[in-house]
Design a protein around this ligand. Structure first.
Ligand code: GDP
Length: 601
């Protein structure tokens, strides 16, 4: 099959016109229209399709489509791509960690460290992000000033919300751990989030001013969780700080600059801006405003922007100190005013040439929404259901396809962690790019589930999968995939058996004996007893065997519970012969569906 041949790659925006697709693939537009018709999508040459659909068509012409995330700006600049100049931009930093470990105070301390005299009084503005300047000595001894942008919304909810929207704006994560308390559950969660986002981590061990602080203990604990300090041969810079006395803050800032240098953070610094919404609200006198981080280009007052499903004109821009500014550059936190309605957090804002372009672009987006792409089928949930209904599997096999190596690694890492002693998650195959027919064949052969993470499913592959009842689970967000896998695994896990001793009875008299059944009279000497339990039989110190209770009676009437101190009759099932003075221990046996420990929140 042609899928084994090496495909060429083609860069496509979120919305692709048929004309553009045809040009990019080097075929006649009518060829594209024909292929789309085969998939049940009717378009004419002037219409557009979404990226996924375009990617499927591309794959039929032996092209691997890659989504260009510079959709809007690219179209503006496409005349001459070589003109795009990239410049170093400041790092965008998020602080995460356990509650009360000092995230807020650390953010405050950093903010204050770099505000000079008169400024400090005037800053009451809180816009959800700020930028600080650090004096830095370059390798060649030259002194320079570097900027760092901090997202002032501590907590990983904000972080994951952004990521869930596909906006990965954080370049560096600082994990704050209190030197006196050490690693706590939310510290571990923060580590998972940062690792899943594949961003460099710096650990700030805070509160070192406290007498019971123990930096080495924190480092040991973190090492157990795969964050090994640089000085112990690991990769993670860790530094002791005090947000209270400000000790170590300068060093921390220097570490951030050094880490950013290694990352070589760059962005296009001219042309139309692209920004991500960090926070948004209605502010009296200003209307709907949004704190955004510029990702590319320059944003200026008067610029026409599109956001969510609307467009607006930037009324004015304010920096984090609340001062009006004339422009905002990559990584700058900026408050934008002029929206018609509150833009959603994590949403992307694109600046465009003029209103006409904005309207046209929105129209394209709307069309895209009405274009039916290939539907998503959830099949992991089905696995969970069918296994709960009795089928027992001890292994979940997955065929995984992802868009980029980063996602593939993050997912396989997470899958590995899922494997427990009695259940295994095996990636039968994991690869980049669109799902192929051979994936489906492998799924048929191995009984694996097919997971498509942000990759297209070509029409021929979909047909093959449907014909063979192989469902393809399609995901855009890692956490959703992980959640579904954990739900499916819960269905696969053998239930946990929990045994609890609820009471003891001393046999006074044996009333009746037959094959398989004994009825005794006795007194409850501990706890309470109930029918339907397991019974351990003790003669003196020795356990002589097990029986099951059938009925418990008082005065010839069936009862459900007999409490300590009362006498009753008990009929037991089993071959064991009971005698007076035997002690019966009543054990309640429960089955509990085991839950899988979530790797990520
Ligand atoms: P968050 O929940 O992580 O944002 O923690 P906060 O920044 O609100 O700090 C929690 C508490 O720890 C507050 O009472 C802070 O004053 C205190 N705290 C934060 N940093 C330090 C520090 O470096 N030293 C000392 N002694 N206390 C601190």
């Amino acid at each position: 099959m042609p899928q084994e041949e090496k495909n060429q790659t083609v860069l496509l925006p979120e919305v692709v016109s048929i004309k553009m697709l045809a040009t990019q693939l080097g075929v006649a537009p009518v060829e594209i229209i024909k292929k789309l018709m085969e998939s049940g999508i009717l378009v004419n040459i002037n219409e557009s399709v979404d990226f996924d659909t375009a990617a499927i068509i591309a794959s039929e012409f032996q092209f691997d489509a890659i989504k260009s995330d510079e959709e809007e700006s690219r179209t503006e600049e496409k005349d001459d791509k070589s003109k795009i100049k990239k410049k170093v931009r400041p790092p965008v930093v998020t602080i995460m960690g356990h509650v009360d470990h000092g995230k807020t105070k650390l953010l405050d301390a950093i903010r204050e460290t770099n505000i000079i005299g008169t400024e400090s009084g005037g800053i009451t503005q809180h816009i959800g992000a700020y930028q600080t300047k650090v004096k830095f000595e370059e390798e060649n001894g030259k002194k320079s000033q570097r900027a760092i942008t901090f997202l002032d919304t501590p907590g990983h909810e904000a972080f994951s919300q952004m990521r869930a929207q596909g906006a990965n704006i954080t370049d560096i994560v600082i994990i704050v751990v209190a030197a006196d308390e050490g690693v706590k559950p939310q510290t571990l969660e923060a580590i998972s989030h940062a690792k899943a986002a594949k961003v460099p981590i710096i650990v700030a061990i805070n509160k070192i001013d406290k007498p019971d602080s123990d930096i080495d203990r924190v480092k040991r604990q973190l090492t157990e969780h795969m964050l090994v300090p640089e000085e112990w041969g690991g990769k993670t810079p860790m530094i002791g700080v005090s947000a209270k006395t400000k000790e170590g803050i300068d060093k921390l800032l220097e570490l951030i600059v050094l880490t950013a240098d290694v990352e070589e953070l760059e962005a296009r610094s001219d042309g139309n801006a692209k920004a991500v919404v960090v926070e948004s609200k209605i502010q009296s006198g200003k209307g709907a405003v949004a704190t955004s981080i510029i990702q590319e280009g320059i944003l200026k007052p008067g610029d026409v922007i599109i956001y969510d499903d609307d467009f607006a004109k930037v009324r004015f821009l304010e920096d984090w100190k609340g001062q009006r500014i004339k422009q905002a550059l990559p990584s700058d936190p900026v408050m934008i005013a002029g929206f018609k309605k509150i833009p959603k957090t994590g949403g992307i804002i694109f600046a465009l040439k003029d209103e006409k372009t904005a309207k046209a672009r929105l129209e394209e987006r709307r069309k895209k929404d009405t274009v039916k792409g290939i539907g998503a089928v959830r099949s992991l949930a089905d696995v969970s259901k069918s296994t709960k209904e009795g089928e027992k599997i001890t292994e979940l096999k997955i065929i995984l396809r992802a868009d980029v190596k980063g996602s593939l690694d993050a997912i396989t890492d997470a899958l590995e962690k899922f494997s427990q002693s009695d259940i295994k998650v095996t990636a039968v195959s994991s690869a980049l790019g669109a799902i192929t027919e051979s994936d489906i064949n492998l799924a048929i052969a191995s009984g694996a589930i097919v997971v498509a993470f942000r990759v297209p499913i070509p029409a021929n592959v979909l047909k093959l999968s449907e014909a063979n009842d192989i469902k393809i689970s399609r995901y855009e967000i890692i956490y959703e995939l992980i959640d579904d896998i954990s739900a499916a695994l819960e269905g696969l896990l053998e239930p946990e058996i929990i045994e609890t001793t609820i009471g003891k009875l001393e046999v006074i008299k044996v009333f009746f004996k037959s094959k398989g059944k004994t009825i005794v009279g006795g007194k409850v000497i501990e706890g309470k007893i109930t029918p339907g339990t397991k019974v351990l039989v003790y003669r003196g110190e020795e356990k002589i065997g097990e029986l099951k209770t059938e009925l418990v009676q008082i005065g010839g009437e069936r009862v459900n519970v007999v409490e300590k101190g009362n006498e009753c009759g008990v009929s037991c099932l089993g071959e064991l012969k009971l005698k007076a003075k035997d002690i019966l221990e009543f054990v309640l046996v429960e089955e509990k569906i085991r839950s899988i420990k979530k790797i990520t929140q």
